[in-house]
Design a binder for this molecule. Structure first.
Ligand code: NAD
Ligand code: ZN
Ligand code: ZN
Length: 334
């Protein structure tokens, strides 16, 4: 099978690899689509994502495909099923797994990070992370289930209520997913702050976003929101997120900042406004919800997927040579 192998820091090679073997509890999948995201940028550059990737390794953690073979112990899916795969595999035995916080697992492994992923014609995964797709969810849209599931975990960590006004900071793929998800979870109003007029307008026209702010020329309102979701990962947008908080607000720090970065916030505000500052890491057991958001039509990702790449184009994408990308997926299968 054809595979794009990360062979070193910023080094990829197209290689012909043998069909991967499955254990009795595993599934072999013919890859259809693999989304590429900021985590792949980090892994490509030698920085860790949810875990470190040690070359040689096949990246690709946002995968959809068709089941090609199942191990003897697998009962949930069968050959020919269309599926999406949750990349994250938990040990089930550590302190965090035993206290219902598997995302914090001490022995996290992940398809496309610590074991070979979807940037190859075939890959394997334990049956416990393979989810059957409803008929009305396309294999291409299904490549967005993993990012949606991360956003679902973020909103799971908040207390969302119908009276709330929410602000999303960041008009990247994740910010635009959040704009739809918080509405699906019932908040009263969602506003969006970003840097691209066209994306901001699209979110008003297609996804029911009320007010938009282009932060290159407008200030983000302060003391104005019950819920703020930061989906950029920069100290200045993190500070903006806290400043936008009303009394009693919850701030979800979803963006991944540089490891050495800090941001400043007023210490008295935390007390006086009774703020909640909440982190969010990956996607524990949120795949079913993510699939349902697509199946029910409460979310629409097709207008956000701007590029369909070949395996041979992934390196150019990660080197920033492909411009104007909103979300890129790699069409792996024929
Ligand atoms: N917590 C998690 O589990 C998790 C999962 C996936 C992604 N993330 C993180 O979420 C963040 C967003 O992800 P993404 O895929 O959308 O990546 P992205 O790189 O597309 O997001 C950044 C986007 O923010 C916008 N932006 C940049 N500067 C801005 C500013 N000053 N004000 C407003 N908007 C600005 C731009 O549109 C940019 O594209 C990243 O930091 C990513 O690492 C976290
Ligand atoms: Zn990703
Ligand atoms: Zn564990």
């Amino acid at each position: 099978m054809k595979a794009l192998v990360l062979t070193g820091v910023k080094e990829f090679e197209i290689q012909e690899l043998p069909t991967p073997e499955i254990k009795p509890s595993e599934v072999l999948i013919n890859t259809a689509y693999a989304g590429v995201c900021g985590t792949d940028h980090d892994l490509y550059a030698g920085r860790p994502g949810s875990a470190a990737a040690v070359p040689p390794i096949v990246l690709g953690h946002e995968n959809s495909g068709v089941v090609a073979a199942v191990g003897a112990e697998v009962t949930g899916v069968k050959v020919g099923d269309r599926v999406a795969v949750d990349p994250n595999i938990y040990c089930g035995q550590c302190e965090y797994c035993l206290t219902q916080r598997p995302e914090l697992c001490d022995h996290l492994s992940a398809v496309g990070v610590t074991r070979d992923g979807g940037l190859a014609e075939q890959f394997t995964a334990p049956a416990t992370v393979v989810y059957k797709l409803p008929d009305n969810v396309s294999l291409k849209d299904a490549a967005a289930i993993e990012p949606i599931s991360c956003a679902v975990h973020g909103v799971d960590l908040l207390k969302l209520r119908p009276y709330q006004k929410a602000l999303i900071i960041g008009d990247g793929f994740m910010g635009q997913l959040f704009a739809q998800i918080v509405q699906a979870y019932g908040v009263h109003q969602v506003d969006l702050a970003g840097i691209f007029d066209e994306k901001l307008r699209r979110n008003q026209e297609l996804f029911g976003v009320k007010n938009v702010f282009n932060t290159t020329r407008e200030d983000v309102p302060t003391d104005a929101y019950d819920v703020i979701i930061e989906a950029v990962g920069l100290p200045q947008t993190q500070a903006q997120a806290v400043a936008a908080a009303k009394k009693g607000a919850q701030v979800l720090m979803f963006g991944v900042g540089p490891q050495e970065a800090h941001f400043e916030m007023n210490t008295y505000d935390i007390y006086k406004k009774q703020l909640t500052i909440q982190g969010s890491f990956i996607n524990p057991l949120t795949f079913k919800d993510a699939i349902s958001l697509l199946e029910s039509g409460k979310m629409n990702v097709a207008p956000l997927i701007s590029h369909e790449l070949e395996l041979e184009e992934v390196q150019d994408f990660l080197d920033g040579k492909i411009k104007g990308v909103s979300k890129a997926v790699v069409k792996v299968g024929r």
